[in-house]
Design a binder for this molecule. Structure first.
Ligand code: GUN
Length: 174
């Protein structure tokens, strides 16, 4: 993966379609973030690109933000079991060991994911890099107690973190 990372300079030279094709999966099922970030080229480094994409998300409408949160699959959820995840999501979930849950862990995640979805109207999203299954379950339990607005904002923070990790894997610096 590291070998074929794209440089910010090469990215900045692309037309909008190529740029969007390259970065369309940084935000889950939401190529519009890349599409809008194209306008602010050139990008000197990965951090500038990351900030611009986060800025696009911050400036998006509430409906767009909600749709982006809802575009995320549940962790260890039905899509994961059916093998319907995006490549990035599959890698992230496997990296946290979520494809190897014990029966108890799976039951806890299923129950908490369900309660979370009912309470907030969108799936639990967390940047799982560096976290183990128990930490993820604990975070889910903790965040279930949040107020809806607090959790909407938290989901977007986590989504920007996921995007930063995905950019790190895809874009050279500089
Ligand atoms: N954290 C990292 N990747 C994902 C994902 O695909 N879904 C959710 N819910 N959280 C994530």
């Amino acid at each position: 993966m590291t070998a074929d990372r794209i440089t910010p300079a090469a990215l900045s030279a692309m037309d909008q379609a190529a740029f969007t094709a390259c970065l369309g999966d940084i935000y889950e099922h939401s190529p519009w973030v890349a599409e809008r970030a194209w306008a602010a080229r050139p990008y000197a480094d990965r951090a500038a690109l990351q900030q611009a994409m986060a800025g696009v998300l911050a400036a998006a409408s509430r409906a767009e933000k909600l749709a982006l949160i809802r575009a995320h699959p549940e962790l260890a959820g039905k899509a994961a079991i059916r093998g319907e995840l995006t490549a990035d999501s599959r890698r992230e979930q496997a990296g946290a060991g979520l494809d190897q849950c014990s029966a108890e862990e799976f039951a806890a995640l299923t129950r908490l994911n369900q309660a979370y979805g009912v309470r907030f109207g969108f799936p639990f999203v967390i940047a799982v890099r560096g976290l183990g299954r128990q930490e993820i379950i604990a975070a889910l339990e903790r965040r279930l107690a949040h107020a809806p607005e607090q959790e909407f904002a938290e989901a977007l923070v986590q989504i920007d973190r996921i995007a930063a990790f995905r950019l790190e894997a895809k874009i050279a610096d500089p």
